[in-house]
Design a protein around this ligand. Sequence first.
Ligand code: NAI
Length: 255
Amino acid sequence: MTDMRKQGAERHPRTAVVTGAGRGIGRAVALILAQRGLNVVVNYASSAEPAREVVAACEQCGVQALAVQADVADHNQAKALIESAVERFGSVDVLVNNAGITRDGLLVKMTPEDFEAVVRVNLEGTFNCLKHAGRQMLKQRAGAIVNIASIVGVVGNAGQVNYAASKAGVIGMTKTAAKELARRGVRVNAVAPGFIDTDMTRALSDKARTQLEQQVLLGRLGRPEDVAAAVAFLASDEAAYITGQVLCVDGGIAL
Ligand code: NAI
């Protein structure tokens, strides 16, 4: 990095793009990055109001924030999302690929539509944003990308063949992108959460929830903030020598 670039980096706050940031883990990630002084682009798929609330909460931290609607599974919309971040803030220094969905069902009953829908958002959506933010970060010769995978992509889970395939794919993509981008100062890591208390897991029955809690070594479901702290670490300069890794944030359930 030249002296001028260094000075520039010190002058301008860094910018993060967080996908699916209107609620849950994405919301917690947007907030912790804002607390750490990054400008935040809050991506949402369809509900504008919660995204605007996240923007307002980020601005309370003294940074700038922008809500951008984009379906990350659509290549052109993902491209436009990254472009709008560059247009507004001049750079994309951190990308958090968080947007994700589930369409659970046993293997023999799963419809091709449910398989494709999950792979399109979780895997292709991550690819789309990774590709366009990666190109921008290569130009900048700096950047940090954190992909939200899942322990289900590491150890599997009955009833989630589509989701497990998508998240295992995200892990393979993370390692490959890390190898391709490292020489130009861009790091790519994944966080693999266990069971986190969000809208995604709220459909669990009380019985299933209690059973799960008993399996977690630390004795409770995770909170969005537990995941956000790991993401913030991997996105920060404290993780400057870490790339291509998968950090499990699962209370020890996968051990
Ligand atoms: P959530 O359902 O509360 O949030 C997901 C967010 O992604 C929502 O805001 C949703 O609107 C957005 N989204 C969905 N499709 C989108 C699209 N095509 N384009 C843009 N945004 C889109 O779920 P949660 O729990 O916060 O999940 C966040 C990430 O963490 C997901 O990738 C999920 O797979 C992953 N994860 C969650 C776990 C959990 O136990 N909650 C465990 C492991 C991983």
